[in-house]
Design a protein around this ligand. Structure first.
Ligand code: ATP
Ligand code: MN
Length: 279
């Protein structure tokens, strides 16, 4: 899907989107065809990012999910240090408020948010930005976050020339060093837990990208989609961690690796200390 629409100057793109927002038709059928329509505040937010030269050109969507769209875009390298960026735009209308709430309650970083949908989505966007930052600081390979404003998150683009790297899920049968990739994944989980003090809470082969695949290099896992990631102080952090471990173990077992959930859980939780002892 990437690059299908070509790159447009942000102004031009915004003008087109404004037109679409004005003429949007209401039937379900039309909406499917249109795929996305942004509200005016979202377009204004993108406009501001363009004025700051964080975004210089918008490309096509690389993903149109339930909760968010992800676009390929270009940036002014002298401003962000990157040429290619990903712009994740959370939907305000269709956001699942209750589901989000479960992952935000008890987080001291977001104690004072208002209990309406809009505020929740904005907090969610900021939360993903902060989570990515914490993860990156702890040495976990994630898209480097650049900016978060309202429902728009700008981050490093994981891909080449507008083409996103595949998900681990999509290249599962095309991996020649499964064990090494597994070890990388577990070591990221360990760093996330011990150093960033976060649990991803939606970790699986669907939220790990396979960097290097396009170039035919060795594959380096990249954790993505961290809006729901919680601090260890979250009441359900341990439950989420178990689920993450189970997902990862199930995936790699299918690829022929022998590993047990308990063993990996132990490695993630206490591996920090063990690693220090080894070194
Ligand atoms: P979904 O419901 O489809 O999982 P989501 O709302 O959970 O979507 P993400 O998982 O963050 O959103 O992103 C959706 C897809 O967009 C990813 O599977 C990936 O293919 C692509 N993507 C996300 N972030 C980036 C990035 N930084 N660089 C390149 N592609 C990305
Ligand atoms: Mn996802």
């Amino acid at each position: 899907m990437a690059g299908e629409e070509g790159l447009l100057e942000v102004e031009e793109w915004l003008e087109r989107e404004r037109r679409r927002a004005r003429t949007r038709r209401k039937t379900r059928e039309d909406r499917k065809v249109e795929e996305y329509v942004f509200d005016i505040p979202t377009l204004e937010c993108l406009y501001k990012l363009a004025q700051r030269r964080i975004i210089t050109a918008m490309g096509g969507p690389v993903s149109t999910g339930k909760e968010a769209f992800v676009f390929h875009a270009l940036s002014d390298e002298s401003v962000t240090g990157m040429k290619e960026i990903a712009v994740k735009i959370y939907k305000v209308e269709t956001s699942t408020f209750d589901a989000m709430h479960e992952y935000i309650i008890g987080d001291p970083r977001f104690e004072k948010i208002r209990r309406d949908k809009r505020s929740m989505v904005f907090a969610w966007t900021k939360k993903e930005f902060r989570n990515l930052k914490r993860a990156a600081d702890a040495g976990v390979r994630v898209p480097n976050p650049i900016a978060a404003d309202r429902n728009v998150l700008v981050m490093e683009f994981i891909g080449v020339d507008g083409v996103p790297e595949p998900l681990l899920r999509e290249v599962a049968n095309d991996l020649d060093d499964v064990e090494r990739i597994f070890k990388d994944v577990v070591s990221y989980m360990r760093r996330l837990y011990n150093d960033a003090r976060l649990v991803h809470a939606d970790l699986s082969e669907f939220n790990i990208m396979a960097e290097g695949y396009i170039a035919g290099d060795k594959i380096r896992p990249v954790f993505i989609d961290m809006g729901q990631a919680v601090l260890l102080s979250h009441p359900n952090a341990e439950t989420f961690l178990r689920r993450d471990v189970r997902n990862v173990v199930t995936f790699f077992r299918k690829l022929g690796l022998e590993c047990s959930e308990d063993e990996i859980l132990e490695m993630v939780r206490n591996g920090g200390r063990k690693e220090a002892e080894r070194e």
